[in-house]
Design a protein. Structure first.
Length: 348
């Protein structure tokens, strides 16, 4: 793709998200979401492959349906209350319609089936963009509407997403689908944090973005598409594979890594509110996710001899190693931030 066109698309993508995040008017928020959608579709389909075209079509249809629902709900809200402000209290039907549309945009259960298929049909850098930057605008709207959303529905969607993201990822061998179900599971925890505290929601989102970025920064340079590809990259960069193993364990939420921080805080808040059954259910939901993260960590370094591999070598180009400073900084934040939990939690 022409660098000028790519820069225009990236600028439009960023501008659309920023417009949505900084707006208090539903029409401006809808305009930013539409601008964001139209900018990322050429990035999804830039590789002329049937899978990329299919992914772009699915993404466009889902996002267009969600945006139409948001526009209809905001118009209905303006009709009944005379207000277009996002922060203005809304009626229960309007809040439910907004919640359904935003969860559809985020790919949360039970409206999640499009998300793994779209991620499977795009490249790893675009999948990184889809898993991180594309979450900002819908989550900002959810955060601004958190006082009007029905809490029981939010907790149900969060618990369902945590379970489906964990269980559906167990039988996956494609790394992009595993990261997609990982995103669904983490968004379930984030919806639960949305009920508890806005500071905790922001911290959970930041930790998720750091861990997902670190995971993709280790998958992209080695062109790792499947789990079996993990073992064949040991001869290229043992340090990178060790980093990948630690990042996967952090994504699973194992202490003393950073990924344990948001789960620890969410369980603590739920316990303080006497929501013991919900806390227990979320802990049980994290076990399947932990299993497939440990399985990926097992395939990276724990089964690989120092000089050769036990699997059939797959032909590939020599990968280009990433810049060491961004990767090192991201991995340090992903693995070593647990001791500064009080500072992060009280400063947000």
């Amino acid at each position: 793709m022409n660098p000028l066109i790519t820069s225009i698309l990236i600028s439009s993508l960023s501008t659309g998200t920023i417009i949505t995040m900084s707006s208090y008017h539903w029409l401006f928020a809808w305009f930013g979401l539409e601008m964001n959608t139209l900018a990322i579709i050429p990035l999804i389909s830039k590789h002329h492959h049937p899978r990329a075209t299919e992914a772009a079509t699915k993404y466009f249809l889902i996002q267009a349906a969600a945006a139409a629902t948001i526009l209809f709900a905001s118009t209905l809200n303006a009709w009944t209350s005379g207000q277009w402000s996002i922060l203005h209290p809304t009626t229960l039907p309007v809040a439910l319609m907004m919640l359904i549309a935003l969860t559809m945009k985020l790919g949360l259960a039970p409206m999640h089936s499009w998300y793994p298929e779209v991620l499977q049909g795009i490249t790893l850098p675009t999948a990184l963009l889809m898993s991180t930057w594309q979450k900002f605008a819908p989550l900002t709207l959810l955060l601004m509407m958190s006082n009007d959303l029905p809490q029981s529905t939010l907790l149900t969607l969060g618990l369902l997403s945590a379970y489906i993201g964990g269980w559906a990822g167990l039988n996956q061998t494609q790394t992009r689908k595993i990261m997609a179900f990982s995103s669904i599971a983490h968004m379930g925890w984030l919806l639960t944090a949305l009920i508890l505290s806005q500071n905790l929601t922001t911290l959970t989102l930041l930790i998720y973005l750091l861990m997902t970025t670190a995971a993709f920064l280790t998958l992209i340079p080695t062109a790792t598409k499947t789990i079996t590809d993990l073992g064949t990259t040991w001869t290229f960069s043992p340090t990178l594979l060790t980093t990948m193993m630690i990042t996967m364990l952090s994504l699973g939420g194992l202490p003393p890594l950073t990924g344990f921080m948001p789960k620890w805080l969410i369980i603590k808040e739920l316990t303080a509110l006497q929501l013991i059954p919900l806390a227990t259910a979320l802990i049980m939901a994290s076990l399947p996710s932990l299993f497939f993260y440990v399985r990926m960590a097992y395939f990276t370094t724990l089964t690989i001899p120092p000089t050769t591999t036990t699997t059939e070598q797959k032909w590939r180009h020599t990968p280009q190693m990433p810049l060491s400073l961004p990767l090192t900084t991201t991995v340090i934040m992903t693995t070593l931030s647990l001791p500064i939990t009080p500072l992060l939690f009280h400063s947000l």
